[in-house]
Design a protein around this ligand. Structure first.
Ligand SMILES: NC(=O)c1ccc[n+]([C@@H]2O[C@H](COP(=O)([O-])OP(=O)(O)OC[C@H]3O[C@@H](n4cnc5c(N)ncnc54)[C@H](O)[C@@H]3O)[C@@H](O)[C@H]2O)c1
Length: 257
């Protein structure tokens, strides 16, 4: 018996990166997985390689109709109880250089997408007796950086949205938590065509508590914990998986660096 046996999960942004790793791990743990993404070729290939316990569906998370199709597919496979709102886009520009349209493009995917996803999933999860929603925020939902105003706003908003949803959905045994990854080796980071991080990928992190970039599986395992019944009393909470980034940095000018 896997930790997710008998459950159906939707993983958005599951065609690559952390979403792909999460979908594979969930399937290994016995879940049936719906991979929802806009990268059709990559998503189909991931689903095919997982096998009969995975399906791919084209979903633009900012579109309500696409969500309805995804939830219909998930419920047709069995007991839809897990949603991982993982899809997002990164955009870097100074506040004075970006336009309101640029800003809203990020908000629509990273913030509105998870909102619609939770909204459309609620009835099915309630009918299934409960569920777990995992919203992938970021270290930029706990702090921020120059040039990331839209992205960081969306990730902070997701944290607040998750707390509100946790309060509304809790009486129906639906838990809602956020995961806050630090730097993770994916296409969004610096992976390109590489499969393993090299010194150049770790260089930024030399003064962090764990002096290296994170790996997608290290985030997927946190999502697995939250998806499983092991986390049955956790909701409305923030789960930080950032190699200690948010704790602080080693400074050469102080002892014990
Ligand atoms: N990689 C990092 O360093 C890092 C750090 C903190 C948080 N995160 C967060 O982790 C999550 C996964 O990121 P990743 O690093 O795997 O990125 P990635 O770019 O490799 O994967 C993101 C996936 O989302 C999909 N996607 C984008 N727009 C979509 C839309 N409108 N509808 C459906 N799917 C869409 C993409 O096609 C892609 O498959 C994101 O929420 C990201 O913000 C990443």
């Amino acid at each position: 018996m896997g930790r997710l046996s008998g459950k159906v999960a939707i993983v958005t942004g599951g065609a690559r990166g952390m979403g792909e790793t999460t979908a594979r791990l969930f399937a290994d743990e016995g879940a049936k997985v719906v991979i929802a993404d806009v990268l059709d070729k990559e998503g189909e290939a991931v689903a095919a390689s997982i096998g009969e316990n995975a399906r791919y569906i084209h979903v633009d998370v900012s579109q309500e109709n696409d969500w309805q199709s995804a939830v219909n597919l998930a419920t047709s496979l069995g007991s839809y109880q897990i949603l991982v709102n993982n899809a997002a886009i990164l955009y870097a520009a100074a506040i004075t250089e970006a336009t309101p349209d640029d800003y809203m493009r990020i908000i629509r995917v990273n913030q509105l997408g998870p909102y619609i996803g939770m909204r459309e999933s609620f009835a099915a999860m309630k009918a299934a007796g409960g569920g777990s929603i995992i919203n992938i925020s970021s270290i930029d939902g706990l702090q921020s950086k120059n040039g990331l105003s839209a992205y960081s706003s969306s990730k902070w908003a997701l944290r607040g949205l998750s707390k509100s949803a946790a309060i509304e959905f809790g009486p129906h045994n639906i838990r809602v938590n956020t995961v806050h990854p630090g730097g993770v080796f994916t296409a969004m980071h610096s992976a390109g065509d590489k499969t393993e991080p090299g010194d150049e990928d770790n260089a930024f992190y030399t003064q962090h508590p764990l002096p290296r970039v994170g790996l997608p599986i290290e985030i997927a395992k946190m999502s697995l914990y939250l998806a499983s019944d092991d986390s049955s009393y956790s909701t409305g909470a923030e789960f930080i998986v950032d190699g200690g980034w948010s704790a602080g940095m080693r400074l050469d000018l102080l002892p014990s660096s």
